[in-house]
Design a protein around this ligand. Structure first.
Ligand code: SAH
Length: 294
């Protein structure tokens, strides 16, 4: 990234604000919930190998809404199981939100939550230091692999924790999404800092293909309303722009040329469709499911 541009993830408070707005303006969580209710149950059916206790690890869980929904599908598929749920989440704010959600939702007694306020790599370090031998039946990393340094190594580590018939679920933006187009066009200006990379499920597929790892994949249609980004000086539009570019204060800090290029591409048919006066950005997600390595 050009030195004048700061990565959005360096500022947790602004990151969380822009992520919250992104969730409000997009069908992101709805499309994940559709996946969880329609396709995930069959994926979860095969895990566990008949055990009455299952180990789950959520990496980058955020406020936990999606995690709890998956856990409830897991319980439906495996009635009567108890669950040990490791939550790996570096943001204290998000971890707090998750705990509040758990305290408000009835019927979660079958789950024991272990809160790990740390990054994926800190969790890996700790796991290795403690020489843990516990295996996991279901591990998920939803919209978080952008934030790790070595994606291949992170996937390999978590895959090595899978129990027999265990599944690793990865969700990121799809290579065919507007994000994919935006990031591939402006990769050199916007991406590849140490903290945040502009990866899509296409990149994950290439990594897995190069290692000969088999996987199943799904494409989930989703949209993001970016209309406000085109009102100069609009506070919400600027927050969304930060989220799209992963750059902190993009509008104020990017060069006029870069800004013009990004704004033009955002509403280009490669990224968005215009309907009823709204500009809807393609926010399609990609899902990848892998098994234990054999
Ligand atoms: N899975 C949630 C949240 C996605 S946002 C959802 O889909 O709604 C990405 C999350 O990853 C944030 O909560 C962020 O704090 C977390 N995160 C950032 N860097 C991380 C890292 N290195 N390891 C694990 N989680 C990370």
């Amino acid at each position: 990234m050009a030195s004048s541009l700061k990565s959005l993830v360096n500022d947790d408070s602004r990151y969380q604000k822009s992520f919250k707005l992104f969730l409000e303006r997009s069908s992101e969580h709805q499309c994940m919930l559709d996946f969880i209710h329609n396709l995930l149950p069959d994926i979860l059916a095969s895990i566990g190998d008949g055990k009455s206790h299952l180990n789950v690890i959520g990496v980058g869980s955020g406020a936990g809404e999606i995690d709890l929904e998956m856990l409830s599908e897991l319980r439906l598929k495996h009635p009567g199981v108890t669950v040990d749920n490791e939550v790996v989440e570096p943001s204290g704010q998000q971890l707090h939100n998750y705990r509040v959600l758990v305290s408000q939702k009835p019927g979660l007694d079958y789950i024991k939550f272990n809160w790990n306020k740390m990054t994926a790599s800190e969790f890996e370090e700790q796991w290795k230091e403690k020489k843990m031998t516990k295996k996991a039946d279901f591990i998920h990393m939803i919209q978080m692999l952008y934030y790790v340094k070595d994606i291949g190594a992170t996937i390999s580590f978590f895959q090595s924790l899978l129990a027999k018939n265990g599944k690793l679920l990865i969700i990121l933006v799809s290579g065919k999404s507007g994000f994919g187009k935006l990031w591939s066009t402006f990769r050199n200006q916007l991406c590849n800092t140490e903290m945040s990379q502009c990866v899509t499920t296409n990149d994950i597929k290439s990594i897995l293909d190069s290692k000969g790892v088999k996987y199943q994949s799904y494409e989930l249609p989703s949209q993001l309303d970016i209309t406000e980004c085109f009102t100069e000086g609009d506070e919400k539009g600027e927050l969304l722009l930060d989220f799209l570019t992963e750059v902190m204060d993009f509008s104020k800090t990017a060069s006029p040329e870069l800004k013009a290029g990004v704004m033009e591409l955002l509403r280009h048919p490669d990224c968005s469709v215009e309907s009823n006066g709204k500009i809807m950005f393609n926010n399609n997600l990609g899902v990848i499911v892998t098994d234990q390595l054999t």
